[in-house]
Ligand binder design. Structure first.
Ligand code: PHE
Length: 447
């Protein structure tokens, strides 16, 4: 078999991982969840979750990947713990599950780039969303998004993912910055900042049981945990760079992009409706599309340009995440069966396209897929992964983390201790609190 690929540079790995992390979770969900969950209080909990739970957990995935230098499934066998392969398999399943509907939302975004340019949704953003979010058009654009994704993955690590994300990640930051500056000039920006930056702790304490697991799951999703993505990306690291330093960089950049997106989205919401409206809050997956589109509509010509840029940046972010999900299964099949990478990438994209016709055909399905992922698949997958790293790999994990840490070597034992205790308990609590409200899940939609 030909030699396994690696990242050409350390920055290449970091940018690819940031590209995976920064996605719809940051620009679509984070500002919106913040807006509907008590503003800065939610941000505060999210930050704690990202640093105290997300960072140790992402390091765990890096350790599995770099130590084994193999895909997220076979890694466990190479680490001499083949019975834990199930953890990798669950991660791969979770990733494919998520990609099937993530791509549908990606398709909406493509639609909205054109809709902004032509002003198609300006007359009635709500009706427009209802018309384009499901049915044949949504299915076609979901297919197109899958095709884009597969085209990048087909080129491999160095020539595909690394080159693409090197371009994409800086563009995301630059465009968001420009939009944030523009958003600052909108009427109501001051109110938006006040809401965004002053924590409503009363709300937080009154709703602790809901907000905390929500913020923690958001951190998992946003850091691409529990889906084999970070294991896979870390498996292409060549050499002993400091994983804690890389992990911290990735967590910080991911969080900054989420916060920056808030500086774009919240002023838009406040400009349009003077606050966070009830309809937008209860509106399900389309709420952001409807609310933000409404704001662009109010801004006339400037709104068209801002809309193209906004949905353009969302598209780039979504693509750089989707490729990391498709790479998980692609690397597995390529490593294990020596299949051709191009055929594999397009083949799985095709299969996921078919699965995604369900959420693309009906947003009720999309919401259902998302809820199952958030409340169940992600926490279970992260929980098993964390348990594996802390209690099964244990000293081996510590040894791998230490490679290349240099002056940071002393963080190792503290990290392992965190993974074994606090992180494990926190993930378990999130799972239980989520499952506890599973009965509130939307019913399985009928076909
Ligand atoms: N982290 C991405 C986001 O925030 C989503 C994602 C999850 C991507 C898992 C890859 C793997 O949108």
């Amino acid at each position: 078999m030909s030699q396994r690929e690696t990242w050409a540079t350390r920055a290449g790995f970091i940018l690819a991982a940031v590209g995976s992390a920064v996605g719809l979770g940051n620009i679509w969900q984070f500002p919106f969840k913040t807006a509907t969950n008590g503003g800065a209080a939610f941000v505060f909990v999210y930050l704690l979750a990202a640093v105290l739970i997300g960072l140790p957990a992402i390091l765990g995935e890096f350790v599995i990947g770099r130590r084994s230098k193999l895909n997220a499934i076979e890694a466990f066998g190479r680490l001499k713990r083949p019975e834990w392969t199930i953890v990798g398999a669950l991660g791969l399943f979770t990733g494919m599950w998520i990609l099937s509907y993530y791509s549908v939302v990606g398709g909406w975004v493509v639609r909205y780039i054109f809709g902004s340019a032509t002003g198609a949704y300006f007359g009635s953003p709500g009706e427009y969303f209802a018309a384009v979010s499901m049915g044949p058009d949504a299915i076609a654009l979901h297919g197109l998004f899958m095709l884009f994704t597969a085209s990048i993955v087909a080129f491999g690590i160095e020539d595909g993912i690394e080159k693409a994300t090197k371009l994409m990640v800086p563009s995301i930051v630059v465009i968001l910055l420009a939009l944030a500056i523009y958003a600052a000039t909108l009427p109501g920006a001051a109110d938006a900042y006040a809401y965004y930056l002053n924590p409503d702790f009363e709300y937080l304490f009154a709703n602790l049981g809901d907000v905390v697991p929500f913020a923690v799951s958001q951190a998992f999703f946003s850091l691409s945990l529990g889906m084999g993505a970070m294991i896979t990306y870390a498996s292409y690291i060549d050499g002993d760079e400091s994983l804690p330093a890389d992990g911290a960089t990735i967590v910080v950049l991911n969080t900054l992009v989420g916060l920056l997106a808030g500086f774009v989205v919240l002023p838009l919401l406040f400009a349009q409706q003077g606050g966070v409206s009830e309809t937008a809050a209860g509106g399900g997956p389309g709420a952001l599309f409807v609310a933000v589109a409404g704001a662009f509509a109010d801004l006339g010509m400037a709104g068209r340009a801002a809309g193209v840029l906004f949905f353009g940046v969302v598209l780039i972010a979504a693509l750089s995440s989707a490729i990391s999900l498709l790479e998980v299964v692609t690397s597995y099949v390529v490593d294990k069966y020596g299949f051709d990478r191009k055929t594999t990438a397009f083949g799985f994209a095709g299969a996921l396209f078919v699965v995604g016709t369900l959420p693309a055909g009906d947003t009720a399905w999309l919401g259902w897929f998302d809820t199952v992922a958030y409340k169940f698949l992600l926490p279970v997958s992260v929980l098993l992964g964390v348990f594996f790293v802390g209690w099964v790999l244990g000293p081996v994990a510590l040894d791998e983390l230490r490679n290349g840490t240099g002056g940071l070597a002393s963080v190792g034992p503290a990290w392992l201790w965190m993974v074994r205790t606090f992180v494990l308990v926190a993930v378990l609590a999130t799972l239980l609190l989520g499952v506890n409200t599973l009965y509130e899940m939307p019913p399985i939609p009928s076909v």
